[in-house]
Design a protein around this ligand. Structure first.
Ligand code: SF4
Length: 479
């Protein structure tokens, strides 16, 4: 695939000119998925252009923004508890403004202002460019709300301001929204229809990150496999595109080739995949480039065909297993992780056993496992009774977690005695005498620091392991 010519980008505002410092401090707190953390970096950039300085000290803030998650009831409760804490801030510093961003803001809209009196501003995931106007409204004493979902917005022209960055790894968002309508999920309602970002701006951001010393990027989207650029617009309108647009369109596999060739030494990861949209050419693109990490996060949610149907997952258990077989055939040592839901409505003991047997088949490296949490407005909430008793949900979830831990240990033990390439990201959680990094399979590796430093690619001999971590000794730099 040829190198992209980015003359178009030079004209746009990727390098947003910063207004003079307005002396105001911005504090952002993010919850939920990587997409939210990446969005907070977009917000920091938009407001930095307005003259705000970002602080990570709440007590210094003039503007407090909370980027919220709505994926489960517990996530929303966490946000509400956190907002209560801000009452004291406002009592001691009445000029402070509080805004909520993200999926909970989009789900509740102006009702958020009623339910949480501390909140001055409610902004949905597609309305961040309107923040300067909304802040002005709040400064003039009015509440402000913008929760309009967009058909175009990808923030391609905004250069993210990296927050709490280790200077080594960074997120690069490539799509927004999701068209899949899984019956348990709020995302299609809180993030809108799928649209993909201009590949020129993606490659430009990756090049800039490399020039700033970053060594690994994660291409982000709710559903990266359905990335499709054909000049802008919604994925669902692709059929209406011209033949030229169709013939020159760029799907996820092509984008992987583009990014991998643009920066051959930059490590590339991506998240999140959806089994129904992952195609063979994506797996082949991964195999074709050493710098694309051999790891796939491949949520399945259930191993039962009856439950997959009730979840509106557009694949069967057998099709998912065939995809796993393809991955294992093309990339034998590929790391694979899962998302699993226990206790979805109508789930029987037999359905639960199907989930456990699917896990036995795949033996995932790790997973994100939760009990079903009914979400307002979803098809499951409207059509299905949340009929699985809480104790049954908890017991099934524990069985899933226990099995996952056994498989995770089985997977980490496969690395014993091997020499792995690790990118150093920072101190190990357990000891500041040790570095922490990850191998290509996204497994955490810890080892003594010696003369190595953050950002180095190091070869580590694996001596021991737990179910989550590989423990080793560095034997040299990657050449
Ligand atoms: S693929 Fe399904 S679970 Fe994932 S964001 Fe889209 S609707 Fe939600």
């Amino acid at each position: 695939m040829g190198k992209l010519i980015d003359e178009k980008i030079q004209g746009t505002s990727l390098l947003t000119p910063k207004k003079t410092d307005n002396g105001r401090k911005l504090y952002i707190e993010s919850y939920g998925c990587q997409m939210n953390f990446s969005d907070s970096e977009i917000v920091a950039s938009i407001l930095s252009a307005e003259g705000f300085n970002t602080t990570n000290k709440l007590e210094e803030a003039d503007l407090v923004l909370v980027n919220t998650c709505s994926i489960r009831e517990k996530a929303e409760q966490t946000v509400r508890k956190r907002l209560e804490k801000f009452n004291a801030i406002k009592e001691s510093r009445p000029h402070v403004k509080v805004g909520v961003l993200g999926c909970m803001a989009e789900r509740l809209k102006s009702a958020f202002l009623e339910e949480e009196k501390i909140v001055d501003m409610v902004v949905g995931p597609d309305a961040y460019k309107d923040l300067p106007n909304l802040i002005q409204e709040v400064d003039e004493g009015r509440n402000a709300v913008n929760v309009i979902l967009s058909k175009e917005e990808t923030y391609a022209d905004i250069a993210p301001v990296r927050l709490n960055s280790n200077g080594v790894t960074a997120f690069v968002s490539i799509t927004r929204g999701c068209d899949n309508m899984c019956t348990f999920c709020v995302v299609p309602f809180t993030r809108g229809r799928e649209r993909s970002r201009d590949p020129h701006s993606i490659v430009k951001e990756v090049n800039e990150l490399w020039n700033k010393g970053f060594k690994e990027i994660t291409l982000l989207g709710q559903n990266v496999d359905s990335y499709l650029w054909y000049g802008g617009g919604l994925k669902k309108d692709f059929d209406k595109a011209s033949d030229l647009q169709k013939n020159t369109s760029i799907n996820f596999a092509k984008l992987l080739h583009l990014v991998a060739e643009a920066q051959p030494r930059m490590r590339i990861r991506f998240s999140t995949s959806n089994p129904q949209d992952m195609t063979l050419d994506v797996i082949e693109a991964m195999a074709a480039h050493d710098n694309i990490c051999k790891y796939i996060h491949l949520p399945v949610q259930s191993g039962s065909n009856k439950i997959l149907k009730a979840m509106n997952r557009q694949h069967t258990r057998e099709e998912y297993m065939a995809l796993i077989d393809n991955i294992r055939n093309i990339i034998p040592d590929c790391g694979i992780s899962q998302d699993m839901i226990a206790g979805f409505p109508t789930e029987t003991e037999e359905d639960h056993q199907d989930t456990l047997s699917l896990m036995d088949y795949v033996k995932y490296d790790f997973g994100f496992m939760f009990a079903y949490s009914e979400r307002p407005g979803t098809l499951a909430e409207r059509k299905l009774e949340d009929d699985i008793p809480l104790d049954v949900k908890k017991r099934r979830l524990n069985e899933i977690i226990t099995l996952q831990q056994r498989h995770a240990l089985y997977r980490t033990q496969q690395h014993l005695g091997k020499i792995e390439e690790v990118l150093i990201e920072g101190d190990s959680k357990k000891s500041d005498q040790e570095w922490m990094g990850r191998n290509t399979q996204n497994t955490v590796v810890v080892f003594p620091k010696e003369q190595y430093k953050v950002g180095d690619f190091v070869l580590v001999k694996i001596k021991d392991c737990t179910s989550a971590t590989l423990i080793g000794e560095a034997v040299g730099y990657t050449t």
